[in-house]
Every structure is written in structure tokens, then in C-alpha cells.
Design a protein around this ligand. Structure first.
Ligand code: NCD
Ligand code: ZN
Ligand code: ZN
Length: 352
């Protein structure tokens, strides 16, 4: 056994589905999955059935979270159509607005014009988070150029997105980007075996795209799971919804790959998310991982309510043995040791 201690990891992109779609996941199962995966702080997306576009809805979400979370959770807000003015009220309360320029789960999309309007009214120091696939990225970069608004591009999946981002970064634009483990470890060839369990947004890309991500790891700021649970029934239906769970597999997958150093893991899953969102952390919040013994990722061992993973059957190293939050042991060998509500709801305290 070789035990490695890491700081409590931060996942800046998860969908915990609570309130509204708690048959897929809820604040307890989602944060238990976070602990099992070595994450002590997660940031939850606003595309709930009733999207988080007002303080009232955010407060309702926070109230629910406080009863159930077992790790720390921060929230994003989101704009739908014409209601973006109410976003202003979320400044100081959410870690940023998440804005969708392409169709995805929840179906609330805006266009580039609206994005520009939002960038003009959003004056908080938290970044704007963008879902922009393929060609949409160039419109986003133009707006960042014009408005200098700090922007994080979520789940970058291939050459068409990463190339212009690299150029923009080299020009010094305030742009960061994240990739998901599924875009790093899977490509469209896996679709034949995964079927609907490989359906997500952005879709899996070619091997060439996948290799481009790996070759340009130094331009990637964050690994974000985009943990997006849906039930097996939903996935096996005629119209499978987009998204795959990921909280419990990110760390073992990264630790199992020779191209990733421990330093990379800390940079991608702790230092950069901390810096981008301005997350306050505690030295006693840490994760103890066994990096030596191999294990098999298995659906039946997962804490996520959806109880499946696109990586079922994969061999991995890097099992999470223990997790501590603010000195308290919160997780050990597959078991959550604290009561529901132990986790804290985080608020932005940007101190760049
Ligand atoms: C996400 C979901 O299911 O909420 N789906 C996905 O495929 N990534 C939405 C998103 O992040 O775009
Ligand atoms: Zn997205
Ligand atoms: Zn997402």
C-alpha cells in the first residue's frame, strides 16, 4: 500500500439535480459520491427543472442543500431567454452565471447577442461559465475581447474548441477552460460499446481530438467531471438525455494514467479551480488515496443514485481511503461518516 495525501479536491462542474429531479441524484447522494471520489468542494450547475435565475430559487436550493450535503457546495446561477436581468441579484451569492450557447439538458439556450448583454451587466468578480461547442467558441472569444469579462469555457472536447482558446490565452485574454475525464479517456469509437451511456454534451469526439487534448494539457486549466447523472431507464429510452456521472471516477482515472503527474492532479483539481472561483480552503481538509493497489470500477460500488458509470469494468489505481473536512474524518473505505447537513454552503468571497 502506498498512501498519498492530497488537498481536498474541488470539482467546479457538477449537476446534483436537487431540487426537481431527485430521482436522478440528490444533495446527499451527489455529495456522498463527491467524497467517495476525493472531492470536498463541488460547484453545482443551475439547470435544475426550475433553473436558478432568481434569488428566491437560489434560496430554496440552499435551504434544501443545508439539510443534506456531506461536502461543501457552491452554486452557479443561470439565465434563460429574456430573464437575464434577474441574474444581477445573484451577484455575490453565486460563483458565476452558467450560460448555454448550445442545446443541452434543460434546454435553455441564449445567443451570442444576449451573452454580450449579460457580459455588460455582470460586474461581479466571479467568472462567467460558458457551454459553447465547436464554432460557437469564436463568438465567445470575440465577446471576451470586447468586454474583458473573466470567462471559463466548460467541457472543452476537441480541436475546434481548444485551438482558438490556446490562441486567445496566448493573447492574454482572461479565459480559462476545463476538460472532462470522459473527453480525455473516451472517444467516439467507444460509442459502439457504450450506446446511450456514451451520449453527452459535448459529444465524444475523434481519437485525433482526444489526442489533441492530451498534447495540450498545459493549456487546460481544470479537470471538471461534469457529473450529469440520469437513470438507466432514461438512458435506455428512445431519446436518451445527455450526460454521464463522473465524480467517483475522475481521480482514479487521472492517477492511473502515466501522462498525468501528482502535480498535474493538484493543479487541475485543486489549485486552478480554487484560483478561478476564489475558493477558501482549509489546510486540514484533505484526502488520503491508496495509489498502489489496483481495483475495478464497478457500478455496484458507486454512491451516485444513478448507479452506473461509462467506466464500469475499467481497471484503476487511486482508491480514496479517507477524507477529512475541517479536521473531521468524513469518509473512510466506502462509508460516509458524517450526518446529512455536515457540509457547508459556500458563498463567493473573491480575494484575487
Ligand atoms: C448536462 C446535464 O445533464 O445537466 N449534460 C451533459 O451532457 N453535459 C448539461 C451540460 O453540462 O451541458
Ligand atoms: Zn454544459
Ligand atoms: Zn454540465
Amino acid at each position: 500500500m502506498a498512501l498519498l495525501t492530497l488537498p481536498g479536491l474541488i470539482d467546479m462542474h457538477v449537476h446534483l439535480r436537487d431540487p426537481g429531479q431527485t430521482w436522478k441524484e440528490d444533495f446527499y447522494t451527489g455529495t456522498a459520491a463527491a467524497l467517495a471520489g476525493g472531492f470536498t468542494t463541488v460547484f453545482d450547475m443551475p439547470n435544475n427543472e426550475e433553473p436558478i435565475i432568481s434569488v428566491k430559487r437560489l434560496n430554496r436550493k440552499i435551504k434544501e442543500a443545508k439539510k443534506k450535503i456531506v461536502c461543501d457546495v457552491g452554486f452557479y446561477g443561470g439565465a434563460v431567454g429574456s430573464s437575464f436581468e434577474s441574474l444581477k441579484g445573484l451577484e455575490g451569492k453565486v460563483f458565476g452565471p452558467k450560460l448555454y450557447l448550445n442545446v443541452t439538458t434543460g434546454g435553455f439556450m441564449i445567443d451570442v447577442k444576449k451573452l454580450e448583454q449579460i457580459c455588460h451587466i455582470w460586474h461581479a468578480r466571479q467568472p462567467i461559465l460558458i457551454h459553447a461547442e465547436g464554432r460557437m467558441i469564436t463568438g465567445v472569444i470575440d465577446i471576451v475581447k470586447k468586454t474583458s469579462v473573466k470567462t471559463h469555457v466548460c467541457h472543452v472536447s476537441g480541436i475546434e474548441e481548444l485551438k482558438p482558446i490556446i490562441k486567445a490565452k496566448e493573447e492574454g485574454l482572461p479565459l480559462t477552460c476545463g476538460v472532462t475525464p470522459h473527453h480525455l479517456f473516451l472517444n467516439e469509437r467507444d460509442l459502439s460499446s457504450l450506446g446511450p451511456y456514451g451520449v453527452m454534451k459535448p459529444p465524444l469526439k475523434s481519437k485525433k481530438d482526444q489526442e489533441f487534448l492530451w498534447r495540450n494539457l498545459k493549456y487546460i486549466d481544470v479537470v471538471e467531471s461534469d457529473h450529469a447523472p440520469h437513470t438507466r431507464g432514461e438512458k435506455e429510452s428512445e431519446n436518451p438525455p445527455f450526460g454521464v456521472p463522473g465524480l467517483e471516477t475522475t481521480l482514479p482515472l487521472l492517477l492511473s494514467d502515466k501522462r498525468i503527474t501528482i502535480g498535474d492532479v493538484v493543479r487541475l483539481c485543486y489549485k486552478n479551480p480554487k484560483k478561478i472561483l476564489g475558493v477558501k480552503t482549509d489546510r486540514t481538509t484533505k484526502v488520503v488515496v491508496d495509489t498502489n493497489s489496483q481495483f475495478i470500477i464497478h457500478n455496484s460500488k458507486l454512491h451516485t443514485k444513478c448507479a452506473w458509470s461509462p467506466f464500469h469494468g475499467w481497471k484503476a489505481r487511486g482508491k480514496v481511503r479517507r477524507v477529512y473536512i475541517r479536521e473531521r474524518k468524513v469518509f473512510e473505505d466506502g462509508k460516509v461518516l458524517v450526518k446529512r447537513g455536515f457540509g457547508k454552503v459556500m458563498f463567493p468571497s473573491f480575494n484575487p
